[in-house]
Design a protein around this ligand. Structure first.
Ligand code: G3P
Ligand code: CA
Length: 321
């Protein structure tokens, strides 16, 4: 069963105001009932509307906004000349025609425990990356799509939705003289997206699987919420283990199976004022998880298990109440 308080969280605030309770009482209650970065059940478009358009392209981001996304996700990588780009993989071959354009530029690299030949994005300048077709792999009609810089993503999303950038594979930059966390901080400053004068129409939440990266963001006082992503629950099986991250990150982004297996995860995080934003909800695999469709699956997580937000490839299927 979900915790009773989380089922009611969206409706609690206005009722309290009607009852005329003081601000301090409301503040205390909100600590227990909402997390800092969300005021309602929140839709994060995973890599844009990536079920319908090639991930992390202008087409995917624009469609996500049209479909009502509260936040549009970016996975960030860094080019050889130090530019932040929106790319999920550390390498370019899955989502571009890099093998065709730069046949001799593959290297042997160990990623996620596997050594393979790859066209590592950090080995290419932005000018080289801009020569690539980032849409045809998905559908020929998207052949004109390019890999976006973070600056271009801001220009598309700003004022229309929040942004949810992930510092992707931070470990790849070890030994490559890339200060990923400070690059992100500088980019947010450049666009006025953090600090007391930050654009309220474009809220930012950062995310990373890298525990040392999350600690580094806290250390440099990044000034926007940070969500720690979890691929498994190793080290996050008790309320004490969750509490240990309080003050370092403001929420967790667990694989949805972690929450399904252990619904107490949500209760424990909320008790510490931290949010829960599981990933990834897709029409293409909802039935495998025993749901009629992805809307039913998202409803279960939002309204029965009590998560605050979620990442989905299908923003048009998000169940609002
Ligand atoms: O960032 C949330 C979710 O996107 C994590 O998985 O691999 O799609 O980045 P991935
Ligand atoms: Ca991601």
């Amino acid at each position: 069963m979900p915790p009773a308080h989380s089922l009611e969280r969206d409706h609690m605030q206005p009722k309290l105001w009607v009852l005329g309770l003081g601000v301090s009482v409301l503040g205390l209650l909100m600590t227990a009932t909402t997390s800092a970065q969300y005021s309602k059940k929140t839709l994060v478009a995973h890599r844009g509307a990536s079920a319908y358009a090639p991930e992390h392209t202008a087409a995917a981001y624009r469609l996500a906004i049209e479909m009502g996304a509260d936040f549009v996700e970016q996975d960030l990588a860094v080019t050889r000349d130090g530019v932040l780009i929106c790319l999920h993989d550390a390498s370019l071959e899955r989502t571009t025609n890099v093998e065709e354009v730069f046949p001799d530029r593959a290297v042997s690299i160990s990623l996620e425990g596997r050594t393979r030949r790859a066209w590592v994005a950090n080995d290419f300048t932005l000018a080289e990356i801009k020569r690539l077709d980032a849409g045809s792999w998905f559908d020929k009609k998207f052949a004109a799509e390019k890999i976006l810089t973070f600056d271009e993503a801001v220009a598309i999303v700003r004022g229309k939705a929040g942004m949810f950038p992930e510092l992707k594979t931070p470990e790849i930059y070890e030994g490559r003289n890339v200060d990923f966390e400070n690059l992100v901080a500088t980019a947010l400053d450049k666009h006025g997206l953090r600090g007391p004068k930050a654009d309220p129409k474009t809220p930012i939440i950062l995310q990373t699987f890298g525990q040392s990266s999350a600690r580094q963001l806290a250390q440099i006082k990044i000034g926007v919420p940070v969500v720690l992503l979890l691929g498994d629950d190793e080290g996050f099986k008790t309320s004490e283990q969750i509490r240990a991250w309080k003050g370092i990150v403001q929420g967790f982004g667990p694989a949805k199976e972690i929450v399904q297996r252990n619904p107490n995860f949500v209760k424990w995080a909320h008790a510490e004022g931290m949010s829960v934003t599981p990933y990834t909800f897709r029409e293409s695999d909802a039935r495998k998880s025993g749901f009629k469709d992805v809307t039913e699956e998202m409803s279960h997580f939002l309204y029965e298990l009590g998560v605050d937000a979620l990442f989905t490839d299908n923003p048009d299927k998000f169940p609002r109440k």
